[in-house]
Design a protein around this ligand. Structure first.
Ligand code: ARG
Length: 471
């Protein structure tokens, strides 16, 4: 047990209490943010004359060494400390003696941990944005290749109307694009610096909070110190956005599982992105898509867990907030892993365009177009709907599709049908006549692809550069 706060105690904490309270096993992930935050703080203490230039210089240099040594493995983070903050400070004191003891002047672990976590999450928001952008690039390349690939569009998992693979994937493009917009919005709202909030009520030292905020790449300091130490909204927003990313991945995962089934055979997964069965030699399973679908639950879990943790907390800091870390770290690692894997799976998947087309041709996906044909020849839509319903029944009884009927058969059901009905209900016509913005027709699709290409070229990934990290 190595704690920073023994003074007012007459006993060591009970071992079980120590274990229960300690967070170093997981908050050690924050070592970089913790050290960088301390560097900005001590630099400011020197500039403000709260420490001498010499003291602040020594501490700054030693913090830099500690960071390097942790990174290159020569300094191991000792698990005997309560948390990462204690470990870094104790190491500094071990090396600098009394000078090291001055680091924590005008600071509390409450604003320190609030800062560390904010910087960590900010970095992860940026990385998630980058992974989403990569996924969007992969989706767009599938779209560009498949504007002619006709496939059935579904509602209720029943064949509805023909679309194209470009159109289907384009829907996911929009979803992941919105996910990126959410990342940007979260970044814009969260990027204010809690350092200098102290334990809850600021401090009597003349801290320059604008300076530390700038050093650490924030837009400015958080404007209320009680909120500064106890705001976890940005984590909740991030977990909510990550949950939505997982929901999107899971939906696409579900489609891939269906498309990969023996009944559909719309896709063939690359061998590198599928797995076998230990007993059934013929099997090639979509485990990645299934795992992504499965892991969605734990990301939702993190969101609900933290919402529940926060809901009863009076201002300001409460130890409950330590629970913001483990599940958040797990959720972040899970989503980043899923995004990277999904991208690889999608980039290598083989689309069986022949199967897709054939499937679209069966199942009366052109029934609406047959009705529209009648409408265009003067039949009121409600009557046309009923005539085509009859037509479908006739086809079902004979196990044929609409275009397989002879004109004579068609005319028996409605004399309005002429030779040009065959062209009107061909898959190509059904798709390519749908030219409203956002529809699957090739021209409409190409227009949207152009817009998305421009969007991707213009939308930079969130970048977090700040003076302290630059050294
Ligand atoms: N491990 C703590 C956390 O994650 C650090 C802050 C401790 N502050 C305190 N007053 N005990 O929240």
């Amino acid at each position: 047990m190595a704690q920073l706060w023994g003074g007012r105690f007459t006993k060591e904490p009970d071992q079980l209490v120590w274990n229960f309270n300690a967070s170093i096993s997981y908050d050690q992930k924050l070592y970089r943010q913790d050290i960088e935050g301390s560097m900005a703080h001590v630099k400011m203490l020197g500039r403000q004359g709260i420490l001498t230039e010499d003291e602040s210089g020594q501490i700054l240099e030693q913090l830099g060494i500690i960071l390097k040594q942790i990174e290159d493995g020569t300094l191991e983070i000792s698990q005997t400390y309560e948390d990462i903050h204690s470990f870094v400070e104790a190491t500094l004191i071990e090396r600098l003696g009394d000078t090291g003891k001055k680091l924590h002047t005008g600071r509390s672990r409450n604003d320190q941990v609030a800062l560390d976590m904010r910087m960590y999450v900010r970095m992860e928001v940026a990385q998630t944005d980058g992974l989403l952008k990569t996924l969007l690039e992969t989706i767009l390349s599938v779209m560009k290749e498949h504007t002619d690939t006709v496939m059935p569009g579904f509602t209720h998992l029943q064949k509805a109307q023909p679309v194209t693979l470009a159109h289907h994937m384009g829907a996911y493009f929009e979803m992941f694009k919105r996910d990126r917009l959410r990342m940007r919005g979260i970044y814009d709202r969260m990027n204010y610096c809690p350092l200098g909030s102290g334990a809850l009520a600021g401090t009597t030292y003349p801290l320059d909070r604008e300076f530390t905020a700038r050093e650490l790449g924030f837009f400015g300091p958080a404007l209320n110190s009680m909120d500064g130490v106890s705001d976890r909204d940005y984590i909740l927003e991030f977990l909510s956005a990550l949950s939505t990313v997982m929901m999107h991945l899971s939906r696409l995962g579900e489609e891939i599982i269906i498309w990969n089934s023996n009944e559909y055979q719309f896709v063939e997964l690359d061998d590198a992105y599928s797995t076998g069965s230990s007993i059934m030699p013929q099997k090639k399973n979509p485990d990645i898509a299934e795992l992504v679908r499965g892991k969605t639950g734990r990301v939702y879990g993190a969101l609900i867990s933290l919402l529940t943790t926060m809901k009863g907390l009076p201002l300001a800091y409460n130890k409950d907030m330590q629970e913001d870390k483990e599940l958040t770290f797990d959720a972040i690692d899970t989503v980043k892993g899923c995004l990277a894997l999904f991208n690889g799976m999608l980039a290598t998947i083989k689309f069986r365009t022949d199967q897709m087309r054939e499937s679209a041709a069966q199942g009366f996906t052109n029934a609406t177009d047959a009705a529209d044909y009648l409408v265009n020849h003067g039949v009121p839509f409600r009557d046309a709907h009923s005539i085509v319903g009859e037509l479908v029944l006739y086809c079902l009884e004979r196990n044929v599709s609409i275009e397989e009927l002879t004109l004579e058969e068609l005319k028996k059901i409605s004399p309005v049908f002429e030779e040009d009905i065959y062209e009107a209900v061909s898959m190509e016509t059904c798709v390519n006549k749908r030219l409203t913005t956002g529809a699957p027709g090739k021209k409409a699709m190409e227009h949207v692809i152009g817009i998305e290409e421009e969007y991707l070229a213009a939308s930079d990934v969130i970048m977090v550069h700040y003076p302290v990290s630059a050294g």
